[in-house]
Design a protein around this ligand. Sequence first.
Ligand code: ADP
Ligand code: MG
Length: 895
Amino acid sequence: MDEKPRSDDKAARPTPMMAQYIEIKSANPDCLLFYRMGDFYELFFEDAETASRALGIMLTKRGKHQGADIPMCGVPVERADDYLQKLISLGHRVAVCEQMEDPAEARKRGNKSVVRRDVVRLVTPGTITEEQLLDPARPNAFAALSRLRGGDGNKLDGGWRYGLACVDISTGAFDVAEVGEAELAGELARLEPREIVAAEAICADARLTSQLAHLDAPLTALGRDVGGESAARRLLDFFCVATLEGFGALGEAEIAAAAAAILYVERTQKGKRPALRRPSSLRRSATLEIDAATRVNLELTRTLKGERDGSLLATIDMSATPAGARLLAERIAAPSTEPELIAQRLDAVSFFVAAPELRARLRAILARAPDVARALSRLSLQRGGPRDLGNIRAALAAAREIVALFSAQEAASLVAQEIAELAVSDGELERAIATRLADDPPLDKRAGNFIAQGFDAELDEARALRDESRRVIASLQQRYVELAETKQLKIKHNNFLGFFIEVPQAQGERLLRPPFDAVFTHRQTMQDAMRFSTRELAELEAKIASAADRAQERELALFEELAGAVLARAQELQRLAQGFAALDVFAALGELAVKRDWTRPHVDSSLDFEIIGGRHPVVEASLEAQGKIFAANDCDLGDARAGKIAVVTGPNMAGKSTYLRQNALIAILAQAGSFVPAKSARLGAVDRLFSRVGAADDLARGRSTFMVEMVETAAILNCAGARSLVILDEIGRGTATFDGLSIAWATIEHLHEVNRARALFATHFHELTQLTKRMGRLVNLTMKVKDHAGEVVFLHEVAKGAADRSYGVHVAELAGLPASVVARAHAILAELEAADRRAPVEKLIDDLPLFARAAQAAPPKDALRETLAAIDPDALTPREALAALYELKAKAARA
Ligand code: ADP
Ligand code: MG
């Protein structure tokens, strides 16, 4: 077989191998093609150029295509994972094309024939399963979208309902949801998919893609939309069930999205079937809604710079296992709104707070337990190795230990529930693996020697032959020495005869005669020696020659058998994995509560929000590292029927932003089922959380336009309700003073009168502190500052009242501005304040008596009135007037 493209300029036709390459490549145009040739994956043409740049490997050439050199580069198969990781992290997709037959097979078809090759898998950011490619502490999911016409009447809804399916092949998680267009980006931000797939038409929708742009997940087009009948069929087929009833009530859009997700799984895994759980609907009403901007702003799982370090999650994550870390991330991303569930989770954390020894022992066992879900997923995709089986064995052993540890305990109900999930197949599976698998099994099944010695006679024999052929031959020689009654008999080996028996000439003559000739067969006569063979030796020879092959074959068969036994228990193992993760999260939160001295919050269905001695967990941790102390602060936004709004003033660097965020974080932590950094916390479950930072302060997002600030503020004013918590930090600062002040003012009025949400509003517009006089649920808070021997000291303490506004000039003085400038500033300030007294803001409020009415929700649109209002009778020709009249009549008939 000739695999080398010949450098034959005249041949415009590609070589057979190149033709095969081009065919496979054109079926996978959006992927880099890893084309298997022996021990290398080779890349050609543009792929080679891209990969050599991305990976820093040498670009060579191989043969010619249409008269030009073919650029080529290659990566060794055994190091392919490293290169894949690099390419995936750079956002590439890779199609892995393997040799589907032995080159010897191809040769049988004739000299020119090419080895059969096929793409066995697409490696994309959202579908990887390899341990080396995965971040242990992060889910690795992709999201599939579908959409249907028909919004739910929400003003911000573009008329589409979206189905969303989120699949993590590496763990089997499969969640679906149905959302309006306005909520889509927020929902995706929570799920943090590594990749988004959707039908061509959706990917081409520029309005949608611009909304998804900041998610940092590449968008992959999936051809036609799958919906209706064929979507349901795809689900039924994949899960081998006859009806979707067992899946709970899935909506049409959810089914279509789930089907799109399965389509993508099939397309990337090329027919292999990962052990996915059945799709379950994310019951959206039950979780705290946090939109994308708020997530970014509060740095929940990632900092503004995009790093995990310094985020809330990194600060509180004390989990002992990667699966626990992933579940904790999920809980923080989607805190509950159900007081009962929250209380149950807090009971579980309290249980571990109160049982330090048990907690420590559980954590020690969990720390040794491997990642079951990911091992299971690799096995189900036939990508698993002996180490994955070893991981399952270790996990089962750990589960057994944990069950024993809790056997004498009265545990909190959720803890007991998770412990019950750990009992898999009555120990049968663990025993099956333990008797078969050797210690320290290798990653790759081709490495061999992972089935325990003594389990399988056939395998043991094959191995003995392979490894101990010398010893076997030596013992056979000893037997023949006795049988032939000569000490001069030797068993030797050469390439021509293989193994043979050699005796001196004189002894040889004897062996040619009975009874010896029954055993020994003459092969060769040399000058002074004779060579014989025996049936046994020939058989042994054949056995030794194929022993290595047989050992491997047998071992692989035993591997498949054992993997099959594991997969038969896939559902139970999935639950065990979830049980581990849940126990880990409870114990880790217990550890956290004890280590940081956090308290159990009380969450109910009231509209309370009373936090005493609250702290910002991340700022506190970073101050602590510098040996500084965080000043704890109270917050009370509760009221019987609607939330209070606190207007927080104070100079720069006084701690306003920190205070705002810490209260939002305490709500998130409490509803996620964690203890909180406070002396005490009592709050009514928040249903939606909004946090916005004025454009001038929002530096890290690099889109500091006033427009963005206003769009986001609009979203809050349109969506927030009485159960919501709203955090507004320096809104209105991004524009001219009077514009900004007016916008901030109107925003507070709207929040107070219409949204009636609990809210914190940090502002440098002093005038706003006057509003308390007119709004009953508005309170003024200020950050205390002390003038200590001519030095401004920030106490970071929140107190009732408004800030002393002259601190700005004071700070300027401290910063070393020339004395003349400071003196002039004081004079101007005095003048401005005097002017303010002549026309105080209070007066302004009286001059704007309509604010309360203006803040009410806009009246519903009336098409008839609007049309009427738009008509200017003086400007109409008689004919136009008649047309207008007809139009009005038609509108009236429709109304
Ligand atoms: P502002 O928004 O008022 O300008 P920040 O909230 O950004 O102020 O806080 C500025 C700095 O002050 C923070 O980075 C932090 O180091 C410190 N700080 C804030 N709040 C506290 C506190 N309660 N206790 C101690 N230090 C604090
Ligand atoms: Mg600030």
